[in-house]
Design a protein around this ligand. Structure first.
Ligand code: MLT
Length: 238
């Protein structure tokens, strides 16, 4: 079976991929590492950590599936460890670096975490990441995502904020990608716009773009069956 490494976003952990580890188990060898344990906190170091995981499992190459911050790591994987990348799934992510507004928002979040811990930001972060549909209809998922953010280690979160602030622009990377690529997003995502998804899809030769309806930033959790369907179809083509 084809190996797939699922890379979680911010401020999450590998459990965010539970619907894929369950739902795609018969399509792929699913691997979901935790990134906040690694040091130093930088996208390149996270990518090197993924390679160490592949080495431990004696896997030559894998599909790298990154959600949001995990997508930033997937770009770093591609730049640093290209032979290890069999294909890419880029979910709710962007190639562009932070705008000044996003960078200012991150620094403000870091201050809140330093002073109040993760509980100071968990609820607002979850609200920004879930669609209005999910927030109105699925209180249990809102609670689950809030609890996951609240449980994230503050030092790992602060390190990840630094890693995101200092990440390079992956726009020049897009044209170098010559492996099959699936781009997935949600039509109610307020963090990653449709324009960001299209920018990646137009920059990567042959990339397939799927935008899931009634879905926010956490498309794999909010629409697990739809996400697994498009991911499963994509994996079947490899
Ligand atoms: C994530 O889900 O990983 C974050 O929204 C990424 C970001 O803040 O850029």
């Amino acid at each position: 079976m084809i190996p797939v490494v699922f890379l979680h976003g911010f401020p999450h952990d590998s459990s965010v991929w539970t619907p894929q580890l369950d739902g795609l188990a018969s399509d792929a060898q699913c691997i979901a590492p935790d990134l906040f344990d690694c040091a130093p906190h930088a996208m390149d170091a996270f990518a090197d950590h993924v390679v160490a995981v592949l080495d431990t499992l004696r896997i030559d190459s894998a599909v790298i599936a990154g959600l949001s911050m995990g997508g930033y790591v997937a770009f770093a994987m591609w730049r640093r460890h290209r032979p290890r990348v069999r294909a890419l799934i880029l979910a709710s992510t962007r190639a562009t670096p932070d705008t000044p507004e996003t960078a200012a928002r991150r620094r403000a979040m870091a201050d809140l975490v330093r002073h109040g811990g993760m509980s100071a930001v968990a609820a607002t972060q979850a609200a920004a990441q879930l669609s209005r549909t999910t927030q109105a209809t699925r209180p249990e998922l809102v609670a689950q995502v809030t609890a996951m953010a609240a449980a994230a280690p503050a030092d790992g979160v602060l390190g990840a904020i630094d890693a995101m602030l200092t990440r390079v622009d992956s726009t020049p990377t897009l044209a170098t990608i010559d492996v099959p690529t699936l781009i997935v997003g949600g039509d109610e995502d307020v963090l990653i716009t449709r324009a960001e998804l299209t920018h990646m899809a137009q920059g990567i030769a042959g990339a397939r773009l799927e935008v899931l309806a009634r879905c926010g930033h956490l498309c794999n959790l909010e629409r697990p069956a739809a996400f697994n369907h498009v991911a499963g179809e994509f994996l079947a083509t490899l």
